[in-house]
Write a protein that binds this ligand. Structure first.
Ligand SMILES: Nc1ncnc2c1ncn2[C@@H]1O[C@H](COP(=O)(O)OP(=O)(O)OP(=O)(O)O)[C@@H](O)[C@H]1O
Length: 938
């Protein structure tokens, strides 16, 4: 899924609805204190303020609030719908997200507004009616697919209202940050009537209980999600699919326990409802804070996680706040008005969601094949298990309980029931804790992923910043040409973009959250251990207290079902973990790709230097470069990378399967699940997934090993001129040491390192010789004109020959030629002249030797490189633009080498601006000049 380019900021629309005063309120003697003044203004009067109070005579008794729309008891359902929601429909069918949510204290009319009554249907029905009508009107040109899901969040648990037997569902977030409910029923439908029937059916499943404030109080948050996929009827291979999502949410009442006189279960519900509403309030506060960029904690509740896009992301959002006009509801009304008022300043960024149809098909093909293999696996499992319970009864604790009940009626029912109750409640407790643990782990993993995403944002910025600084320096050099280059002028730091600032802040906040989660996890684990021990004791004691064999069997069946349930949760947890690992992996791959492109640039620029200066390189290096060129030519790396992206994306966008409860699941895990279980179990003992722990998780994954090995295969940068600093080498070394696989790959890395040392020292010698020759030629040719130049050149030579090898500082460069081959290569006669004369012209009697072979092939390869260069430029359009600037530094946060290379160049060999030393009489014609950079971008 990608987002359309046209994105714009949009303010959250806030409407306020005052319901009619109720009979109960009138009977209680309440007076009217909330009034609509005009189409947008509402006034709330404080019933406690005494108009006769002289001391307060100057103080206003009333407070007015301005909203986008205001309604009172005279407003019809049609009016509310038309002004708040109707306008969103067009956007939804053309690929935009939208949200409408009803907010307010209990009994103030949220369900009335959203669902309505048979005679006065609410927003759900009206929206769907108009949505289908709009679809019908454009269906000649466009093809639509509409699906809907309906869920409730009750006590921080998600239930599918269209299929409550699915149990509790989990939330997950894809790489784009879109929140999805794993395994929820999606009904494809084409007419509003059908949808309404489903809704009414679903609503009957909703948790509803009378409270003191409302006889039919909804105890949960109900979320109706309608997804519209639109594509043109004209077939095209790369067809665009627009996906619009509409959320319609009826929140539970924002109440205080004291007001609703709730006790026990109602009190617990209230706490959960308030937890999510409190989290919602916190999010509204953070989002509406116009000053500093506050961290918005969506994670505190399921509701805020689900509303993440609706509040601060990609959605046109309408909030309809509800209040009662009665004086008895003053406090609730005031706080609702305050929240609603704050919400007005929230901004969302609306983008069109576009999906590529070819990818779409690939995704479904994958799902189908996955499902086929799953069916096959289950069939094998069933066959291998002999007699099993009837189809509908399989693995469902409720059915087993029914079975238990049937058996126990023949025996001592009372005793049996008691024991069963004890056992079930122990099991239930275990399940609750285990589920909480699973959620914690999921949240923790998500935090890891989010942190990685932020780190990537920062890394990208760091690269960009260095690129800008470099550009700036070059421009300055140009301006100051002739003057001393190293005036020490530092460029002012470019201001960090908002997303980078936010990324830094978020990382800090996420770390805080991680800490919190670790603590929670430790407590929960302790709790789980205790409960599990208690359960085990019960499991041991109970059979001894039962005389009947049949009862014993029933109890053992119960235990078995419980074990399976635990296992089922574990499998769900593994699936979630797998999903998260894939998501995390995609960021890792992105980082590697970023690094690869940097390496490519280094190789190309160094190659150009070798080419322009006719430097010779060892044969084996030439061969490596050949391989590198061939790979680029074939585009195999890019192909693999893009295939990997598509595959990972397809996996990510597949909703998590609801794993059925199946007995003896342990034997049937396929290898992949098995490996994920291994991951999960490795991961489970300590949630505190630090960087190294995460690396541990990755290390076990075959895919990660693949990534790691490909990282090792990345061609190492070739450092020309021997100007690799100690620092860079240290950073290379530390990179290898710190990389998660350092221990594993140490043996692979060491030869590479030795090779690099060898190349470095010999290359440096060549450069020294080349520079000497160049200096001599220049001296003899243009003696009188080149006086200052010569000085500089010999100085350079001096500094070059004096400069210490970063690898072994004591050894002079000339003594560090590692092998006879290299010594031969470094002899003057084998060097190509910096004046542009070829080596063969300079020393025709000498055989070129292995070092010169590369140079001799220069013509053919030069062409090939040129054509490849063009190809590369096409591939990386922006970053590979041709400019007339000197060699660019290759700045990255991890590798400041690029800058240093340039700096070193300019110190020793290059004049100001990274341009070649111009001959006073023939500017720009110096043959030994360094290459013009072909890459402008970072
Ligand atoms: N605008 C209105 N016109 C007529 N009756 C209304 C209006 N708003 C609410 N009511 C009535 O008020 C009562 C409570 O409304 P409703 O159940 O919609 O409240 P709620 O905010 O959804 O409460 P809860 O949070 O407890 O679910 C219902 O009997 C409903 O019919």
């Amino acid at each position: 899924m990608k987002e359309g380019k046209e994105s714009r900021d949009q303010q959250l629309t806030v409407a306020l609805r005052i319901r009619p005063i109720s009979m109960v309120e009138l009977e209680e003697g309440a007076t009217l204190i909330a009034h609509k003044v005009d189409e947008q203004v509402v006034v709330l009067m404080d019933p406690m303020e005494d108009p006769e109070d002289i001391l307060r005579a100057n103080r206003s008794r009333e407070k007015s609030y301005v909203f986008d729309m205001a309604f009172d008891f005279t407003a019809t359902q049609e009016m509310v719908y038309r002004t708040t929601t109707k306008g969103l429909i067009e956007g939804v069918i053309s690929g935009y997200n939208a949200t409408v949510f009803a907010y307010g204290p209990t009994g103030c009319g949220k369900t009335y507004t959203m669902l309505g009554t048979d005679h006065e249907p609410g927003i759900y029905a009206r929206t769907l009616h108009d949505l289908f009508r709009a679809i019908e009107e454009t269906s000649d040109d466009m093809e639509y697919e509409v699906s809907m899901s309906y869920l409730e969040i009750y006590n921080e648990m998600i239930r599918d209202l269209l299929n409550p037997s699915l149990g509790f569902l989990e939330l997950r977030e894809d790489a784009k940050g879109v929140i999805q409910v794993a395994g929820i029923t999606e009904v494809s439908t084409i007419n509003a009537k059908e949808v309404m029937q489903l809704l009414l059916k679903g609503n009957k499943q909703r948790m509803q209980e009378p409270t003191a404030a409302n006889q039919t109080s909804s105890r949960s948050h109900a979320v109706l999600q309608v997804t519209v996929r639109q594509k043109s009827r004209i077939r095209n291979i790369m067809q665009e699919v627009r996906v619009g999502r509409l959320f319609m949410i009826d929140l539970a009442g924002s109440e205080r326990a004291s007001q609703t006189q709730n006790r026990g279960q109602r009190m617990k519900e209230g706490a959960h409802i308030n937890r999510s509403l409190l989290a919602l309030g916190n999010c509204i506060n953070a989002l509406s804070d116009k000053g500093a960029h506050k961290y918005v904690n969506y994670r505190d509740s399921k509701l805020t996680r689900l509303l993440k896009d609706s509040l601060g992301g990609n959605s046109r959002t309408v909030m309809i706040a509800h209040i009662s006009p009665a004086s008895s509801a003053f406090e609730e009304s005031r706080s609702t008005l305050t929240y609603a008022d704050r919400a007005k300043s929230i901004k969302t960024t609306v983008k069109r969601n576009l999906l590529n149809v070819s990818y779409h098909i690939a995704q479904y093909t994958r799902i189908i094949s996955d499902l086929r293999s799953e069916i096959q696996r289950l069939k094998c499992k069933i066959n291998g298990q002999g007699p099993r319970p009837a189809q509908g009864e399989r693995g469902d604790i409720r059915h087993i309980q029914a079975e238990v009940q049937l058996h126990s009626s023949l025996c001592d029912r009372q005793e049996m029931d008691q024991l069963r109750e004890q056992l079930i409640s122990a099991f239930q407790e275990q399940m609750d804790v285990q589920r909480q643990l699973m959620e914690l782990e999921n949240s923790y993993m998500e935090i890891q992923i989010e942190s990685t995403r932020h780190l990537l944002t920062i890394a990208v910025w760091d690269q960009e910043k260095r690129r800008r600084t470099q550009k700036c320096r070059e421009e300055l050099r140009k301006d100051k040409s002739g003057k001393d280059l190293d005036t020490g002028d530092e460029q002012p730091d470019a201001p960090e973009p908002q997303d980078v600032i936010l990324a830094r802040e978020n990382i800090a906040a996420l770390m805080g959250e991680q800490k919190k989660l670790r603590k929670q996890k430790a407590e929960l684990e302790k709790q789980f251990k205790e409960i599990r021990q208690r359960g085990r004791r019960l499991e041991e004691v109970l059979p001894r207290r039962i005389s009947s064999e049949e009862q014993r069997e029933v109890l053992s069946l119960l235990c078995k079902v419980h074990e399976l349930e635990l296992e089922n949760t574990e499998m769900q947890s593994s699936a979630l973990l797998k999903d998260n690992v894939i998501r995390h992996k995609s960021y890792v791959v992105r980082r590697f790709e970023q690094h690869r492109s940097l390496c490519d640039r280094i190789i190309q620029q160094q190659r150009q230097i070798i080419h322009e200066y006719h430097l010779s390189v060892p044969h084996h290096l030439e061969e490596l470069y050949e391989i590198y060129l061939r790979e680029l030519e074939e585009g195999s790396l890019d192909q693999v990378a893009s295939l990997d992206r598509v595959a990972a994306k397809a996996l990510k966008d597949t909703t998590l399967p609801k794993i059925p409860q199946l007995p003896a699941a342990e034997s049937a895990l396929d290898s992949d699940q098995e490996s994920m279980r291994t991951l999960g179990s490795e991961h489970q003992p300590q949630l505190s997934l630090s960087g190294s722990d995460l690396a541990q998780v990755f290390r076990t994954s075959p895919r990660m090993r693949q990534i790691k090995s490909s990282a090792v295969l990345t061609p190492p940068p070739i450092h020309v001129n021997g100007m690799v600093t100690q620092e860079v080498l240290a950073s290379l070394e530390s990179h290898h040491n710190s990389s998660p696989d350092s221990s594993e790959n140490c043996s692979d890395v060491l030869p590479l390192f030795a090779e690099r040392r060898e190349i470095l020292s010999s290359t440096k010698s060549i450069v020294v010789k080349a520079a000497r020759r160049r200096s001599r030629v220049l001296e003899s040719d243009r003696l009188h004109l080149l006086e200052p130049m010569k000085e500089r050149s010999s100085l350079s030579l001096h500094s070059l020959s004096e400069s210490e090898d970063p690898l072994s500082p004591e050894t002079p460069a000339s003594q560090r030629l590692p092998c006879p081959g290299l010594q031969h290569a470094a002899s003057e006669d084998n060097l190509s002249s910096s004046t542009g004369e070829t080596a063969s012209r300079l020393c025709p009697s000498h055989s070129p030797g292995p070092w010169l072979r590369g140079h001799k092939q220069g013509g053919k390869k030069g062409k090939r490189e040129e054509s490849l260069d063009g190809k590369r430029r096409k591939q990386r359009s922006r970053s590979f633009e041709v400019t007339g600037h000197g060699v660019r530094a290759v700045p990255t946060p991890a590798d400041p080498l690029g800058c240093r290379l340039l700096e070193s160049n300019s110190e020793h060999r290059m004049p100001a601006g990274g341009q070649p030393a111009p001959h006073p009489q023939a500017p720009g014609k110096a043959k030994g000049r360094l290459p013009q950079s072909q890459y402008a971008g970072g």
